[in-house]
Design a protein. Structure first.
Length: 331
């Protein structure tokens, strides 16, 4: 009997281990479980599974009862592997034979994603060899020592190498799940899930911006008002001076505060927002490429083509035709 009750939906198996961080299990269920079509139909069927059904220890003072065993992995379209507190002290690169056998149940066509140090499991299984991947910044050196064949990028929130995806710390699991939802069903569905979860559909910067650093001097104001204003005027030729004027500060002060708060420069942020706007318009409207370029603030189709190719490695027309509802792979 199938572990999934709705075989017509995209099947997601969340594979948990002893030492589970409950928040990461909740991330996968909450985000995939909210995704609905424009007709209101649920798009994913999500189940939890483990090596041996029964009580699974967490890293807090509760256990969870998991009824599904590793058979669910063989049915899943997407497998999500959250972290375990055991990941933080892997003594060697030898994988538990039962865990290795369970992973072999995953179909060759299924997508596999890790949250936080769940990437250690993928690396130990050899699934990340030669691929771009990430993990929690605290575990970077340990990961590199154990798995030198992996192209580890410690400065991103998540990576997408096609079939295999990884995310950094706990909260970046949200970013990764939204990315997968967007890849499956487009930005409109992903944005609605983000809205229902009260999170940003897309976070700028990488995990380096969240690593402890000296606290900056007290700021008289933030840059939030300028960012909100910019999103309403993306179709216009905006400058740093325009944004600084919204906050009534100098360009130098604004730029410094912006980088402290957002983790990137104002111009880089504007480019990212314009790419996101262009993607949404290409996915959701029948506007011509020229009109999409104008509405997203690139001005010309040539300029938009250059920026989209730098981020997505495809042209606007190819994105619309082939990647509608898709997203870029790890570069």
């Amino acid at each position: 009997m199938s572990c999934f009750s709705h075989p017509d939906r995209h099947k997601v198996a969340v594979f948990v281990r002893d030492g589970l961080l409950p928040i990461e299990l909740g991330i996968a269920h909450r985000l995939f479980g909210q995704a609905r079509s424009l007709d209101g139909e649920l798009l994913y069927d999500v189940v939890t599974c483990t090596l041996k059904p029964g009580a699974v220890r967490t890293d807090i003072d509760v256990t969870i009862d998991v009824v599904n065993g590793p058979d669910a992995l063989g049915e899943a379209d997407t497998v999500v592997i959250p972290a375990s507190d055991d990941d933080y002290e892997p003594l060697d690169r030898v994988m538990n034979p039962d865990l290795a056998a369970a992973l072999k149940r995953i179909r060759p066509t299924a997508r596999i994603a890790s949250i936080c140090t769940g990437s250690f499991v993928l690396a130990a299984a050899g699934l990340l060899d030669g691929l771009c991947a990430t993990t929690h910044w605290r575990s970077v050196e340990q990961f590199r020592a154990l798995y030198p064949k992996v192209r580890l990028d410690p400065d991103v929130l998540y990576t997408d190498a096609g079939r295999i995806l990884t995310s950094a710390g706990v909260a970046s699991g949200i970013d990764l799940c939204l990315h997968m939802i967007r890849s499956d069903y487009g930005s409109a569905v992903a944005n609605e899930v983000a809205r229902g979860t009260v999170v940003s559909p897309h976070r700028e910067g990488g995990q380096a911006q969240f690593i402890a650093r000296p606290v900056p001097e007290i700021q008289a104001s933030s840059t939030g008002k300028a960012r909100e204003w910019a999103l309403g005027h993306l179709d216009q030729p905006l400058t740093i001076a325009d944004l600084a004027a919204v906050e009534s500060v100098s360009i130098r002060t604004f730029t410094r505060r912006f980088r402290q708060e957002v983790g990137t420069s104002p111009l880089q942020w504007l480019n990212e927002q314009r790419v996101e706007r262009a993607r949404a318009l290409l996915e959701e409207t029948d506007l011509t490429i020229d009109h999409v370029a104008t509405r997203s603030g690139f001005g010309t189709a040539a300029s938009m083509r250059q920026h989209l190719h730098a981020v997505l490695s495809v042209s606007p027309s190819a994105y619309r035709a082939t990647f509608r509802g898709s997203s870029t792979a790890c570069g």
